[in-house]
Ligand binder design. Structure first.
Ligand code: FMN
Length: 371
């Protein structure tokens, strides 16, 4: 059905689909199994793991998927320019085990976004997410990221171009506002434009971004969190899927927000203390955890490590994401120290990881409920 709208929609940008556009498409490489299309439209967003540049690469995502079957996982942000003109196969590669996985794009160009959404669909991604929350200078220079909070009509055009082109759900990750914007008005105007464009969900990092004077890192901590603004948004738009992001430290907090919203997105706490993810399935989905302990999850990573090493990946590229897995468990410091010194050596192999794991006390006393 969406495809029928595509032609008329493309016309809005004065751009017809050409043979070149078709060549930009790629053969289906990671397509999920039959029936996945329907389940994609019903993606459960109760618990999402945030897109984090340099952190949530494909190895990290594979590891996180070992810890939870149900979380919706996001890639790092990739610009549409990189997808269209860069080493696409490398940038968009992922493991089938990662499903459900969303591709996050950065751009302000409806036509490029439309092309990239098609490519994402061909690659088998489950969702495309547009980043309008990143305040970095580089992103501002490209006129995308958080500065798009000031251009709701353009963001609407971007989302409309994608929803018309593909069957995938198109979502947006935003802030509650930027600089001196009034979050009541700014977020409302954006939401109305996005609803008209057919957005499938809005993920709100519940603080403003200050575009000048703060680094991206400071912009994740200094502007105050305002969860109430996101609750009001949901109350005003009950039909819209609203996911809360920002400062969620544990699953108790996640559960509390889920009572008022459609879901939560956890970033730093998920990455820095990935053991918490083991409790996501039981606590939020009432399903058994994949592993009864962090140590058994880590052992299950070994075949993947062996596969990656055989492809020429350095051990550290996988194990750097695992460093926080045993935080608070006896032996955790020795585990981290061993990996920090040994996993970076060119000769490091799966045995290096096994040796690090042997330093962890066998009984991981922390219960899943503590997450
Ligand atoms: C290292 C790092 C990289 C990030 N990269 C992205 C990114 O590529 N796209 C994005 O939308 N947000 C990015 N973020 C922001 C997170 O997605 C999230 O909005 C933010 O960390 C707040 O959530 P938290 O308090 O749960 O960490 C990044 C955050 C961190 C810590």
């Amino acid at each position: 059905m969406h495809r029928e709208h595509a032609t008329s929609h493309v016309g809005e940008y004065g751009r017809r689909r050409t043979k070149l556009d078709n060549r930009l498409r790629t053969p289906k490489v990671g397509a999920p199994p039959p029936g996945a299309n329907e389940s994609r439209m019903k993606l459960d967003r109760r618990f999402c793991i945030a897109p984090m540049m340099d952190w949530t690469d494909r190895r990290c995502r594979f590891f996180h998927r070992l810890l939870t079957r149900r979380a919706l996982i996001y890639t790092e942000m990739i610009t549409t320019g990189a997808v269209l003109h860069g080493d696409r196969a490398r940038l968009l590669a992922y493991d089938m085990a990662e499903h459900p996985v969303a591709l996050q794009l950065g751009s302000c160009d409806p036509w490029q976004l439309e092309q990239c959404a098609r490519i994402a669909e061909d690659f088998g991604y489950d969702e495309v997410n547009l980043n309008i929350g990143c305040p970095s200078e580089r992103v501002q220079e490209g006129r995308f990221g958080a500065c798009l909070m000031a251009e709701p009509a353009l963001v609407g055009d971007c989302v409309a171009a994608m929803t018309a082109a593909v069957d995938l759900p198109i979502t947006v990750k935003c802030r509650i506002g930027i600089d001196d914007q009034d979050p009541e008005e700014a977020l409302e105007a954006l939401t109305c434009a996005l609803e008209r464009a057919g957005v499938a969900a809005l993920i709100v990092h519940a603080r403003k971004a200050w575009l000048e004077g703060l680094s991206p890192r400071e912009n994740r901590d200094i502007p105050p969190l305002d969860y109430a603004r996101v609750y009001r948004l949901k109350a005003a738009h009950p039909g819209l899927c609203v996911v809360l992001n920002g400062g969620i430290a544990d699953l108790d907090q996640a559960l509390a927000h889920c009572a008022r919203l459609d879901g939560v997105m956890m970033g730093r706490a998920a990455y820095q203390e990935p053991w918490r993810l083991l409790a996501v399935d039981p606590v939020l989905f009432d399903e058994p955890a994949r592993f009864s302990s962090a140590k058994s999850a880590a052992e299950a990573l070994i075949p993947y490590i062996e596969r990656e090493l055989a492809r020429g990946t350095r051990l550290h590229a996988v194990t750097r994401h695992v460093l926080g897995l045993f935080r608070g468990v006896p032996g955790a410091r020795a585990f981290r120290r061993h990996l920090a010194t040994e996993a970076i050596k060119p000769t490091a192999g799966a045995d290096t990881f096994r040796a690090a794991l042997a330093l962890i006390a066998d009984v991981d006393a922390r219960s899943v409920a503590a997450a």
